[in-house]
Design a protein around this ligand. Sequence first.
Ligand SMILES: Cc1ncc(COP(=O)(O)O)c(C=O)c1O
Length: 513
Amino acid sequence: MAKQTSAFDLVLPPRDSKTPAYLWLYSALRAEILGGRLRPGTRLPATRDLASQYGLSRGTTVTAFEQLKSEGYVQGTIGSGTFVSKVLPDDLLKIRRKAEAVAEPMEGRKIRLRISDYARRAPKLSGYEQRRFVPFRANVPAMDLFPIEIWTQITARRLRKMSRNLLLGCDALGYGPLRQALAEYLNTSRGVVCRPEQVVIVSGMQEALDLAARLFINPGDRVGVENPGYVGAVGAFEAAGAKISPLRVDEEGVRLDAASLRGCRLVYVTPAHQFPLGITMSLRRRLDLLKWARATNAIIFEDDYDSEYRYCGKPVPALQGLACTLQVVFAGSFSKVMFPALRLGYLVVPEDLIEPVAAVKSVSTSHSSLLQQVVLCDFMREGHYGRHIRRMREIYSERQQILVNESRKHLKGLLEVSSIEAGLQTVGWLTDGINGLAAAEAAAERGVEVVPLSRYSTSTRACIWSPKNDGAREGLQLGFAAIEPAQIKQGVRELATALQQVRAGKKVVSAGA
Ligand SMILES: Cc1ncc(COP(=O)(O)O)c(C=O)c1O
C-alpha cells in the first residue's frame, strides 16, 4: 500500500503553560493517532516543520517523536520520514476503546439533530447513475458519440491561456459571452425572444427549478405540474413548500381544467416534448395556457429539456416567444445535447426578474464553474455545438425508427410503441391485462430496462388522458438514443419474451415493488 502523506498543516489542541512542551506534543500526537485522525501509514510532518509551526525547538519535537516511536505508535527514521504504525499494539487498541467510551456523549441518549422543514420535504432524487448501458435506458444521450477530443482540446487551450480574470470568477448570472451566444442560439433556433441580459447560466435544470421555486413560491402556494410528469420538478416545488396540483395530459398536451388550475401561482410544462409521454403541445393549447397565465398573473415554467432533437414536423417555437414573454420563464439543459456531468443549463427570465434572480442566485450557488462555461462558449462559437446536434439528430432519428420497426415486428399485441416527433425516448402502451410494474420487473430479469409510466404519475395507472378511456392505460418509457441498433433489436426481442411471460401470468409484481 502506498504511504499516505500528510500534505496539510497538523492542527493540535492548544498547550497549557504547565505541561512541558515535549509532553504536550507527544500527548497531542498520540491522541490524534488513537482518535483515528492520523490514520495508519500516514506520514507525520517533518520535526523541523512542526517545530517552526508551534514555536518549539527542534530538540523538543525530536524527543516527542522518539517517545512515540519507542512505544510503537510511529515507525521510520527521524530525518527521512516518520509514519503512523500500520498495526497498533493490542494494549493501544484497548486504550483507544476506553477513550471512545469516555467520549460517548451522555450514555444511552441518542442526539438527533434538528433539520428544517425544507430539508424534511426535499426528496433525494436519483442522479444519472453510472451503470452499464442497457436497452432501453431513458433520459441519456449517446455518450460514446460525444466529440470528447474537441472538448479536451478546447479545455487544454483555455487552461494554457488562463487569465487572472478567469481565475477570479464572474457575475452570478453567468459568463457574459456564453449568455450572448445562448441568446443568439435561442432566438434563431428556438424562437425565444430575449436579450443576453435575460439569460442566466445555471447548474442544470435542477438548479433552474430550484431557483424558480425560491423566486416564486411561498410555503402553501399551489403549483400545477403535468401528470404524469417530471419528478425533479415536483421535488423542487414540494421542497419549497408548494402544494402540487396534478394536471392531466391529453393528445394536445397539458389539460387546462379550471378546477385543477384554481389558485396556481405557477404551472410547470414541457411543451416541446411532454415528459414522459412525448406529446408536442398544440398551438391552441399554448395560446390557451398563455391566456390563462395573463388572466391570473401566474408564471409558466417552460422546461425545454431535449427539444433540439426534433425528427419530423416543423420546428415548434418556444411558448416563451409566443407573445406573452412577461410571464414565461424558459429553461433548458445541456445534459442531453452535451453530457449530464457538465451540470450546465440556462434560464431565460422576463426583464423585471433579472435583478431578483441575480440576488437569489448570489446567496445560494453564485455562478456555475467558470472554466466549464468558457469552454462551452468556445464550443458553441466555433460551430461544434450546431454540428454535434445535426449529427446526433440523424443518429437518434435512425435509432427511433429501428425501435418502432422492430416493435411492430415483435411486440404486436403486447406493446404499441409510438413514434415521437422529438426527444431521446418514447413510450409504449401495454395491451390490457399487462401490468406495468410486472412488465418492468420481467424485462429487468432479461437485461432490459423500461420504466412504468406510473412512476411519473400520482396515480398507479398513468396515462394519456382521454374522455374515452379515462386514462386507464398503462405504459412503459423506452429510451433509444444511447442504445446501438444491434442492442435495440436484441432488446425488443427480450422485451417481447418478458411481456409474453407477464401476459401468461408467469410473472406478477413482486412484494414491495
Ligand atoms: C423533463 C426533464 N427536464 C430536465 C432534465 C435535465 O435535468 P438536468 O439539467 O438537471 O440534468 C431531465 C432529465 O432527465 C428531464 O427529464
